[in-house]
Design a protein around this ligand. Structure first.
Ligand code: ADP
Ligand code: MG
Length: 355
């Protein structure tokens, strides 16, 4: 018998259809208590649907949803111990900030005074002590979203749900608010399911990331796993930047893999189960350029250079196609039109299927 701990979330073969639209194909999920797990993926892949199914705001067409060991598949939202933070904050404009935070508690019939005390503690936690008597309209967007986080957290949910909570904030604030959310989640050891389409945001806040594509899971793992061991071209491209270079697998065994890359044969130290055509993944900062080196295995010509202060980004036209290269900013950047030798370290290369 599987163990279902308090605060864990499990989906077993969950299907969600809206009429003829399949929003979730057949989802199996296991989220451990106290972890922040992000659902990441392009628009329309089923992230919000998954979150609303956990909240009980949608009902599953098929399958089972289990929260903290309890089968909640047919339990209405009111009785689920979850609270949700929305992209739009959804604060009541005519209530004070403290009343907004206290609202859910008073609905649960906590006496007003006690609820207001808890609201004040919640505001303190999100760094808004003393803002309780203001109206939401008197706060900035970032502050309003922190009020929404406080309102969700004071309910002491078994699971905290956040749907694109930073989308309405500008870039600088986004980082500040996401750090606050992560800090509170870790302090309170809350289970949190966080939805975003922004891979950097997902990498920054998550214990684990579930990448979704076309209504199913494409890959899941820690941010490190996904970046270092993408299992498809989609993941390699979606999590960070990648060069995806067509190649042929010549042979593979315990000792390593021989691949044909352009007119060169290269050897990769790891074995692969792939055969025939494949793509070699190489991160832009692992490719290096040597000016005017015509003896290198691969040669090319710089077609674009962008100085970004801490790094320089190059586009290089080569026999292998266009390559994206990131180099540390140096005193002598390579200029556009210059020919270069290209080093492609095979120990940093990973092979993924064609699509
Ligand atoms: P995401 O949050 O990843 O952008 P959603 O979960 O909102 O994606 O949507 C997944 C799919 O389900 C999309 O194709 C969307 O158009 C469809 N969908 C979502 N909600 C509804 C609904 N209420 N009625 C019909 N189709 C819906
Ligand atoms: Mg959505």
């Amino acid at each position: 018998m599987e163990q279902f701990e308090k605060g864990s979330v499990h989906f077993e073969g969950v299907v969600k259809k809206y009429g003829s639209v399949t929003a979730l194909k057949k989802l199996d999920l296991a989220i451990d208590p106290g972890q922040l797990v992000t659902l990441l993926g392009p628009s329309g892949c089923g992230k919000t649907t998954t979150l609303r199914l956990i909240a009980g705001l949608e009902s599953a067409t098929n399958g089972k949803i289990i929260i903290g060991g309890e089968d909640v598949t047919h339990l209405s939202a009111t009785y689920r111990k979850v609270s949700m933070v929305f992209q739009s904050y959804a604060l009541f404009p005519h209530m004070s900030v403290a009343e907004n935070v206290a609202y859910g508690l008073t609905v649960q019939s906590m006496p007003k005074r006690q609820a207001m005390e808890k609201a004040e503690q919640g505001l303190e936690m999100v760094g808004l002590a003393g803002f309780g008597s203001r109206l939401p309209s008197e706060l900035s967007g970032g502050q309003q979203q922190r009020v929404a986080v406080a309102r969700a957290v004071v309910l002491e949910p078994e699971v905290l749900l956040l749907d694109e909570p930073l989308s309405n904030l500008d870039a600088k604030l986004r980082r500040h608010v996401r750090e606050k959310i992560r800090q509170i989640q870790q302090e309170l050891k809350l289970t949190a399911v966080y939805v975003t389409h922004d891979q950097e945001e997902a990498m920054a806040v998550s214990d684990r990331i579930i990448v979704m594509k076309n209504s199913e899971i494409a890959q899941e793992g820690t941010p490190h796993d996904l970046y270092e061991q993408p299992n498809s071209a989609f993941i390699a491209d979606f999590i960070g930047d990648s060069n995806l270079i067509d190649c042929d697998i010549v042979s593979s065994n315990d000792d390593g893999t021989n691949i044909q890359l352009g007119d060169k044969q290269l050897r990769i130290a790891s074995q692969t189960e792939l055969s025939g055509r494949a793509k070699a993944v190489l991160r832009p900062h692992h490719v290096s350029l040597r000016p005017a080196n015509r003896d290198a295995a691969f040669i090319g010509e710089v077609s674009y250079a962008a100085y970004l202060g801490n790094e320089i980004q190059y586009s290089v036209q080569s026999d292998l196609g266009e390559l994206f290269v990131i180099a540390q900013a140096t005193a002598q950047p390579i200029s556009v039109g210059q020919s270069v030798g290209i080093d492609m370290p095979t120990d940093k290369m990973r092979l993924v299927p064609m699509d």
